[in-house]
Design a binder for this molecule. Structure first.
Ligand code: GKR
Ligand code: MG
Length: 433
């Protein structure tokens, strides 16, 4: 099935002022939508990181894709999926996901792979997860993803959105935020984005969440490398009761070496809380040292930057072989990404943790026919249709592209947003606490 055309659409979606150790989310998150059209007029789609860099990379690779066979694309382009570098410069410690040039290859490749699997799936009437070897689950659970945030629902000026959760900069307001998400979507796990308030406040937030939801709801906290080794150990000790039993401590400190030190210190105190990572460990090249040093016990996969869905399956197998567990990372996204995440999770056996998703934060924009996807009991059902199971809504795509053209944002820069809206002198200092 020969590819006739590759199209890239840059879009902007309203996003609330969410905080993390990277800084502050801009009023719009950026995404790129990819279309691969075959000679017989079937179109496969994918969603990936936004802004100019990822869009340019996709346009640059287009001549290598057009004229090729969709069934062979992944083989033909596989070298691009590796990316560059094996050290901390390849990690997401200093750059937000989607902004590290060293994993531009895997990101670009992943978008092409997803769109070609959708194309093939549509043409033969087979869901993507079944093309990937077959589903091991029909429903994929996701977790409530809580963020400290400022007031505001995203968007700007006359496009400003309703602020569903209000300002959330205290433990009690995070409990209200999560309660609302759990009631609305049925999530059964909670992840708190940390690295924003003093660690004592974040410890208190996790404790209050435990009081509210009880031990049956596993908890995770992720400060994106904001803490020293000592602080990470202190938090691990303080939350030894809360982060076990299905929870974990995610990227408390920077780098594989730092994570290994935290692990050793916690084990020395008899605390076996798993450490998870999508910041220190972002590529296959990171695995040997990670495993050798027992730095991480849960790897957060993400087909968007690990080089595609099949690479996530390979990652799953490696993790299983070396006794690591697998969870899934997310970034601000719409329904095409959410469906792709659902398919790859359905086809990856040892992905046993509820996946992260930012989806509830993009409360009103959507680019797929039928509008926002609905979680039932915190999970999404794998569609039975061929391909990913979602189609582009052309009117919505045009609207989101028009918005992208109007706004000044061309890349994610959370530090610049912090300086603009919160603190003119703000710098990302690591470790902060
Ligand atoms: O959306 O601000 C955010 C998150 O901090 C995101 O950028 C991270 O990549 O969710 C992610 C994580 O788990 O580290
Ligand atoms: Mg993380």
């Amino acid at each position: 099935m020969r590819i006739k055309d590759l199209r890239v659409h840059s879009i902007a979606i309203a996003d609330p002022p969410l905080r993390s150790s990277y800084g502050l989310h801009a009023p719009y998150a950026l995404r790129n939508i990819v279309e691969l059209e075959s000679e017989d007029g079937i179109v496969g789609i994918a969603e990936t990181y936004g802004g100019e860099g990822p869009a340019d990379a996709l346009r640059k690779i287009a001549p290598d894709v057009v004229g090729k066979d969709a069934y062979r694309l992944t083989g033909d382009l596989l070298d691009a999926a590796e990316g560059e570098g094996a050290g901390s410069e390849r990690s997401h410690v200093m750059s937000t996901p989607g902004e590290n040039p060293l994993d531009a290859g895997p990101r670009t490749y992943s978008a092409i792979e997803t769109a070609s699997l959708d194309l093939i799936g549509r043409s033969v009437g087979v869901p993507v997860c079944d093309l990937l070897g077959g589903r091991v689950r029909d429903e994929v659970p996701f977790s409530a993803y809580a963020f400290y945030k400022h007031g505001g629902g995203g968007g700007e000026g006359s496009d400003a959105r309703e602020d569903k959760y209000g300002e959330c900069l205290t433990p009690a307001s995070i409990v209200r935020q999560v309660r609302s998400m759990v009631d609305e979507y049925g999530f059964k796990d909670v992840k708190l984005k940390g690295g924003v308030l003093d660690p004592e406040q974040e410890i208190e937030t996790i404790r209050q969440l435990r009081q509210e939801f009880g031990p049956a709801v596993p908890e995770r906290i992720d400060p994106n490398s904001a803490w020293t080794v000592q602080t990470s150990v202190r938090v691990g000790e303080a939350l030894r009761g809360e982060l076990t039993g299905g929870g974990y401590l995610e990227d408390p400190t920077a780098g594989i070496d730092g994570m290994a030190q935290v692990r050793a210190a916690l084990l020395g105190k008899g605390i076996d809380t798993p450490l998870a990572s999508n910041v220190a460990v972002t590529s296959f090249a990171h695995l040997p040292e990670t495993i050798r040093r027992d730095a991480v016990q849960v790897v957060l996969c993400d087909h968007h930057f690990w080089g595609g869905m099949r690479q996530v399956q390979h990652l799953g197998k490696l993790c299983q072989t070396f006794g690591l567990e697998l969870s899934m990372h997310s970034n601000s996204h719409l329904g095409i990404s959410l469906m792709a995440m659902t398919h790859v999770a359905a086809a990856t056996k040892n992905l046993t943790y509820a996946c992260d998703t930012h989806y509830p934060w993009q409360t009103s924009d959507e680019v797929i026919v039928g509008g926002r996807l609905k979680f039932v009991g915190g999970s999404l059902r794998v569609p039975e249709r061929g391909g990913l199971g979602v189609d582009i809504d052309r009117d919505q795509l045009a609207r989101l592209k028009e918005r992208y053209d109007k706004i000044p944002y061309r890349r994610r820069d959370d530090a610049a947003e912090m300086r603009k809206h919160v603190d003119p002198g703000w710098q990302r200092v690591l470790p902060r606490w």
